[in-house]
Design a protein around this ligand. Structure first.
Ligand SMILES: [Zn+2]
Length: 455
């Protein structure tokens, strides 16, 4: 009898391997990514972002997940691109490839018509040496210095100096070849920049510099953006499958739902959101839920500096000690390599023990503990809280071709790699949530600081 009962239990308790296999053969990750990109680009706080959040919540409910919530956080301003136009007016007449930088204010009504000054460096001496009053300032090529700790501060301080010197607007050359533009803000965050700020194709910027070597250059510039008059509310989408045995411990599985607005944010990050949705669908369709709970999270504000996931970590700080692990997916659809556990060899060991065989079958069994990408997505607030964090790792050799560019559309998505990624996310989340043993410890603040110092 006991033996028979044991077999019965084995039959109903789906293994993580079965879960991965069924997700590959019957999964819906491509459908989810296709539907999400059909909503359009999803800039944080924009109306399409709001529609994507509502759509996602409806998907969770449709798969039978009943605990679904829109969890609000606040951004300083809502911002949507409307239009951008620029031309060289003298000494020649020709169009310029220009778009607003994110969270740029609009230019005054009827636009600007002014001489250009090109700066040779980001030094304040360079600003002091030039007459900028009433001029449009073309910045040097290359990104002004940025890092996650002082994100944007340098550029903002620089823009403040330019405004104080009387500049009317800023043009930032894009570093890409062929006049391509890569969407971004002048700095991270959702505060309006202090001057109208556009990005200009690298070739066009060089053309202006060549003309400037011969004499004055006058351009017309019109940037129009829709900006909320005050702070705006944005929603993260949180859905929970309750654990059957230890519901008060949970895994969080997350991806950012927001995107930039050239292209439709397909691999950055509709595919990551689709992996989270597919993992939820696959796990919700099991005969029984895993031992522990799983919270599925779709974040807003990642592109402006992980604002949504950071707000969640702050709002839920008192219960973060019950988060067994955080799984993040934001790596596009190159070949799936495996998981990165930033800074945590012990997390790599714990994950390998649970899931190595399944990931090997998916061809996605390579782990590492690199800190390279750890703080560039929504794993960051979890890593900083000492929570064991795994970030899906995919081959990124072609990623820059689409990253924040007009080419980030659904037709460039690799459906097979997307399905493998979704299966890896589902199987790993299930294996950790269903494990009879613990996972890896939380780090205290000291240990997190030591890890950060190794970056
Ligand atoms: Zn991303």
């Amino acid at each position: 009898m006991r033996r028979l009962a044991g077999i019965a239990v084995l039959l109903v308790a789906a293994s993580s391997l079965d879960l991965a296999r069924s997700s590959i053969s019957h999964g819906r990750s491509l459908e989810y990514a296709t539907e999400l990109t059909a909503i359009g680009p999803r800039v944080t706080g924009s109306r399409p972002y709001g529609r994507a959040a509502e759509w996602s919540a409806a998907q969770f409910r449709a798969m039978g997940v009943t605990r679904v919530a829109l969890e609000p956080f606040t951004i300083e301003r809502g911002w949507e691109r409307v239009s951008a136009r620029a031309r060289i007016a003298a000494p020649v007449d020709r169009p310029l490839r220009v778009e607003s930088l994110g969270w740029s204010p609009s230019t005054p009504e009827n636009g600007l018509y002014a001489d250009v000054v090109a700066l040779e460096s980001f030094s304040l001496d360079a600003v002091a040496a030039r007459s900028l009053r009433g001029r449009i300032v073309l910045l040097p090529e290359g990104d002004p210095p940025r890092n996650p700790v002082t994100a944007g501060k340098t550029t903002n301080a620089f823009a403040v100096r330019l405004r104080a010197a009387g500049a009317l607007a800023i043009l930032v050359p894009d570093g890409e070849a062929d006049n391509l533009l890569t969407a971004r803000g002048l700095s991270f965050g959702t505060a309006l920049s202090v001057l109208p700020a556009g990005q200009i194709g690298g070739d066009d910027a060089r053309a202006i510099r060549e003309l400037l070597a011969r004499g004055p250059v006058r351009i017309s510039l019109e940037l129009i953006n829709r900006i909320t008059p005050a702070a705006a509310i944005v929603n993260n989408v949180i859905a929970e499958i309750r654990g059957r045995d230890r519901p008060d411990e949970w895994i969080v599985v997350g991806a950012h739902l927001d995107s930039w607005d050239f292209g439709t944010g397909a691999q950055d990050n509709a595919t990551g959101a689709a992996m989270v949705l597919e993992a939820a669908r696959a796990i919700a369709s099991l005969e029984q839920p895993p031992r522990r709970s799983i919270r599925f999270a779709l974040w807003g504000g990642e592109e402006q500096g992980q604002i949504g996931s950071t707000a969640y970590a702050r709002e839920h700080a008192s219960e973060q000690d019950r988060v067994v692990a955080y799984l993040n997916t934001d790596a596009g659809t190159g070949r799936v390599i495996g998981w990165t556990a930033p800074g945590r060899a012990d997390v790599v060991r714990a994950a390998k023990t649970l899931i190595q065989g399944v990931l090997d079958e998916l061809g996605a069994g390579t782990f590492d503990e690199s800190l390279r990408y750890g703080f560039q997505s929504d794993g960051a607030p979890f890593i900083l809280a000492g929570i064991p964090t795994l970030d899906l790792n995919a081959d990124d050799t072609k990623y820059e071709e689409i990253h924040h560019k007009a080419a980030d559309t659904i037709d460039r998505v690799d459906a097979r790699n997307l399905a493998v990624g979704a299966a890896a996310v589902a199987a790993t989340a299930h294996a950790i949530a269903d494990s009879a043993r613990g996972f890896a410890p939380h780090l205290d603040r000291r240990a997190v600081e030591r890890m950060m110092n190794r970056r």
